[in-house]
Write a protein that binds this ligand. Sequence first.
Ligand code: FES
Length: 105
Amino acid sequence: MEKDAPAVSQTELEQWAFVCEASDCRSRGSSQVRDALVRAVQAGGCPHVAVVRTGCLSLCGAGPAVVTYPNGDVHLRVEQSDAPELAGQLAAGGSLRRRVVRAPQ
Ligand code: FES
């Protein structure tokens, strides 16, 4: 896993977002989702939030998939436009609001 995190030690990080970048999620735009989330976290000045690219989360077909830690929320069919909301909620330290999974296209 590679990390796109602010310059704080890992022990200072409180919220993590793992973005699947295995083949199926990548074909559905997960790299662009991760980039958008990194930009949103940086723009929000959220030094305690890390955005991490990860391998397959076994949620193929429903990606791009994002899982948070420590809350353990699972977000499916995440789009770039979701990044500001996700970054804001991660920065607030609360559990991310669950939303309806988008229907497959
Ligand atoms: S490729 Fe992303 S969950 Fe499997």
